[in-house]
Design a protein around this ligand. Structure first.
Ligand code: PEP
Ligand code: MG
Length: 893
């Protein structure tokens, strides 16, 4: 039997999202529960996929099914599609994909109007102006969606008719003038579409269905899918629904409400309402709407009904809902419900509140939070003590502070951002065509539109600061003016999406604070996660911050960072440039107390927790000046001498010193430093450096222990590829430790382990494990060496192309390549534990703070992940989600 492409609302349910799209499935669900949804039906996503398989042809039989469904709709409404005797049946045709893509695809309202049916609508409503206004809107929307005719051609006609009348609206326009306007619209349509406006309502419907399918692949939808990682082959459903009218007069209107505040998460109806307006007016941000409390004032009974319905929907879906509704002559209709997009702050508060309200379990709440959302919460806000040059205030649509230069055009925003400039995108109202500019910008500012306008919804979804409806500012082409001041393209501007402030210049920012709800949620995460969360930190401030965020130790201290300060680098350079063993020993003796104090700082910050210290990793030339710069210095010294400008007569001495440096830098030069003399190779060839570091580690430990601090040092050897490398260095560590601890008369448990970041080490992990107390996967290098990519070159050159063209699913330096690199890790853990069952294993590459990679670490049986301080809360949550997800699978399996 042939597939069925059409389902009436009462046949579907919320579970059928992939077939009916989110909107269709939820309309069906609401219909099943007896809520006031205008009747209609959904064309499935299967039909859309088939449409694309057949190169843009509607699948066979679809139109017949639609015709039958329209007949049923006529019966339900007691109206005729194309009927002229009484009120004609009019429908909306709306897209609706599985994932909500607000405003990215197309919608047509009032379909079914033509020169004859409009008269029926005028008669039956008793409001000719309303009927003609619907017809005018329909011609415009149909022209735009089906034939790509720009709105401006119609808007011009509308405004010039309006300027010829005395009043603000066209409500009392005489019938002849309406007729003139409609004729002008049809003319504009014909001249741009190259055909007359279709009078046959069935043809209108068929063209509209085609156009909605096509809109799945319009450029803004494609960009949105890329940004949100939505697959391209899902297709959209089409919802065809009997029209209800919010524009029939002042006891009508249309609105969008959230059941909780989508910015803060506070419970209570939150939204906007436009009196005497039609559907798209609210979301399109064309008029700035009133708060929904306006409905409570003007129609208390309808408001109470809306409130009760919203509560019912929230309980049913067990989540905050974003609801579109229309009031037609005081009667409430629901046009859509979906889980509302929300800010990070709201997302945490809502999930925690729903647990307290008994609606969700703790595990469900944890699984609800996107890890990316926590990322935003841990970002900065404007320092409240700063003096700000506040230019204007708009609606606080999406929190967070952003600064950038003012740009008034989405294309330019994209270009400038690509060139490395931070930009704030400023528009009168963003429309979905601006999506690429929104993605590129640090934040978005609009002068029109409410909290549910596209700019607001899209920015919130992306976690970008947004201020909208800032009506004080007057936007001209490349500038805006406010209170006698002007901000031009390229001027620095800041916005505060939490308060709506628009500020001239850049602003000082403060560190984020964790809300009570977030702390509670993370506590629940700690209760169920199995992975420990460590941090990568090389100084006491970072270590303390990480501990505040819940880190349970340091998983990686990159000691080379301690060698790079202005104070230390001359000593480090002297050590590298030493010509004799004595000279080198002297320089190392000067470095020793510095290193010791570094480690004491870390031990104090992490008292009672493990501190993993990696011995020096990079090649030595990284600590020396750049060869080209040295050569430039030499030639400017020479030219100063030849022009007699060398006043202190130290030319000869200086020249000799420079030449010595150049010789040394040249000697240390390597063709492939990443694969050269670095890590343990350096430690074996020049053992004095590692010996100094080990002495510093233990002397610091001895000092801290005497202060009562519990010290747990773990010494980590980088870049091991052969077991013998680890064996040699492990013996050196034990020898030094024994000597120093014995001299201090102290006992101290410590560990010696290795990074696994060279594929050979992963392959020989059983042999390596016999010398190691722990393994730490250095997935940055392991990815480089498994793929054979040098990260800096790959990211600068071909990797973006690879990801954009789907040659690789992700950047493997951001999201762990579980298939390749992950295979090595799994094999390595298993081999390592086959010789040492209690071998501690973790990850310390950048992947340690990324959700999918953490899921992998959980399933591979690692003991811990280690990540940068600000990612610690994300790692705690992701580790809990991984544990919860694996339990769910285990139970259901
Ligand atoms: C790694 O290679 O993953 C690692 C942590 O070391 P680094 O990034 O310092 O090379
Ligand atoms: Mg490394």
């Amino acid at each position: 039997m042939r597939e069925k492409y059409v389902m009436d609302f009462h046949e579907g349910s919320a579970e059928m999202k992939s077939l009916l799209g989110g909107k269709g499935a939820n309309l069906a669900e609401m219909t099943r529960h007896g809520l006031p949804v205008p009747p209609g039906f959904t064309i499935t996503t299967d039909a859309c996929r088939r449409y694309y398989e057949e190169d843009g042809k509607l699948p066979e039989g679809l139109i017949d099914e639609v015709a039958l469904a329209m007949k049923r709709l006529e019966g339900a409404k007691n109206q005729t599609f194309g009927g002229v005797e009484s009120a004609p049946l009019l429908v909306s045709v709306r897209s609706g994909s599985v994932h909500s893509m607000p405003g990215m695809m197309d919608t047509i309202l009032n379909l079914g109007l033509n020169d004859r049916t409009v008269e029926g609508l005028a008669r039956s409503s008793g409001k000719p102006s309303f009927a003609y206004d619907c017809y005018r809107r329909f011609i415009q929307m149909f022209g735009e969606v089906v034939y790509g005719i720009e709105n401006i051609y119609f808007e011009q006609l509308y405004h010039s008719m309006k300027s010829n009348t005395d009043t603000d609206s066209l409500d009392h326009l005489p019938q002849e003038d309406w007729q003139t306007l409609i004729n002008q619209y049809k003319k504009a349509f014909a001249s741009h579409a190259g055909r007359p406006f279709p009078q046959d309502v069935h043809e209108q419907l068929e063209l509209a269905i085609n156009a909605v399918f096509r809109s799945w692949n319009n450029s803004r939808a494609v960009v949105y899918r890329r940004a949100h990682r939505i697959p391209d082959d899902l297709g959209t459903a089409v919802n065809i629904q009997a029209m209800v009218f919010g524009n029939l007069g002042d006891d009508c209107g249309t609105g969008v409400v959230f059941t909780r505040n989508p910015s803060t998460g506070e419970k209570g109806l939150y939204g906007e309402y436009l009196i005497n307006a039609q559907g798209e007016d609210v979301v399109a941000g064309i008029r700035t709407p009133l708060p929904v409390s306006e409905l409570e004032r003007s129609q208390p009974e309808t408001y109470r009904q809306l409130l009760a319905t919203c509560e019912q929907l929230e309980k049913h879906y067990r989540d905050m809902q974003d609801i579109e509704f229309t009031v037609e002559n005081r009667k409430l209709y629901l046009l859509q419900t979906r889980n509302g997009k929300r800010t990070a702050q709201a997302s945490v508060k809502i999930a925690v509140d729903l647990v307290h309200e008994g609606i969700l379990s703790r595990t469900e709440a944890l699984l609800r939070i996107e890890t990316g959302h926590l990322d935003q919460l841990l970002h900065r806000a404007i320092d409240s003590s700063a003096t700000l040059d506040v230019l204007a205030k708009g609606l606080p649509a999406s929190p967070g502070a952003a600064a950038g230069v003012a740009v008034f055009d989405a294309d330019k925003a994209e270009q400038w951002a690509k060139a490395g400039q931070k930009v704030i995108l400023i528009r009168m109202e963003t429309n979905p065509d601006d999506i690429h500019g929104v993605i590129a910008a640090e934040g978005v500012l609009t002068s029109r539109g409410g909290m549910t306008s596209h700019a607001a919804v899209v920015a919130r979804g992306m976690g970008k600061p947004c201020v909208c409806g800032c009506e004080e500012i007057r936007i001209e082409q490349d500038a805006f003016s406010v209170g006698g001041q002007t901000v031009k393209e390229g001027d620095w501007l800041s916005i505060d999406g939490a308060t709506g402030r628009v500020i001239r210049g850049t602003v000082p920012l403060t560190e984020p604070e964790m809300s009570a709800e977030l702390l509670e949620l993370l506590q629940w995460a700690d209760d169920i996660r199995e992975l420990k969360v460590y941090t990568n930190a090389d100084n006491p401030a970072d270590a303390s911050k990480a501990r505040e965020f819940g880190a349970e130790g340091i998983g990686l201290c990159r000691t080379e960072h301690m060698f790079m300060s202005a104070e230390r680098s001359p000593v480090v350079q002297a050590m590298i440039l030493a010509e004799t063993a004595e000279e080198r020993a002297a320089a190392l003796q000067r470095l020793l107390p510095m290193q010791q104090s570094d480690f004491e700082g870390l031990y104090r910050a992490m008292s009672g927790l493990p501190v993993t210290i990696r011995l020096l990793d990079p090649p030595l030339h990284e600590f020396l000046p750049d060869l080209e710069q040295l050569q430039e210095r030499l030639s400017s010294l020479d030219s100063a001498f030849s022009t007699g400008n060398n006043e202190d007569n130290r030319y000869g001495e200086e020249r000799e010193e420079l030449e010595r440096l150049i010789r040394k830098v040249k000697r240390l030069h390597e063709a492939n430093p990443m694969l050269g003399q670095r890590g343990c190779r350096l430690g074996i060839v020049l053992p004095e450096i590692y010996e100094m570091q080990v002495q510093a580690i233990f002397q610091a430990a001895i000092t801290c222990c005497s202060e009562g601090i519990r010290v747990i040092p773990e010494i980590m050897i980088p870049l091991v590829g052969h077991p013998r490398e680890l064996e040699i260095l492990k013996e050196m560590v034990h020898r030094e430790a024994k000597r120093l601890l014995a001299a201090a008369g102290q006992e101290l448990p410590y560990k010696v382990g290795t990074m696994i970041e060279v594929p050979r080490a992963a392959l020989l992990s059983d042999q390596i494990a016999s010398h190691a107390d722990f393994f730490s996967y250095g997935t940055n290098d392991l990815t480089q060496m498994t793929y054979g990519y040098s990260r800096d070159d790959a990211e600068g050159k071909f990797l973006a192309y690879y990801v954009e063209n789907r040659i690789l699913p992700e950047n493997p330096f951001e999201v762990l390549d579980t298939e390749g690199v992950g295979q090595l890790i799994e094999m390595s853990v298993n081999k390592g534990r086959s010789v040492k069952p209690d071998l501690k294993a973790g990850i310390c590459g950048e992947h340690g703070g990324e959700k999918n990679s953490i899921f992998f670490c959980h399933s591979a049986g690692l003991d811990y992940v280690s990540c940068s301080p600000y990612r610690v809360p994300i790692a705690r949550l992701a580790a809990a989600q991984a544990a919860a997800a694996s339990k769910t699978v285990a139970y259901s399996g």
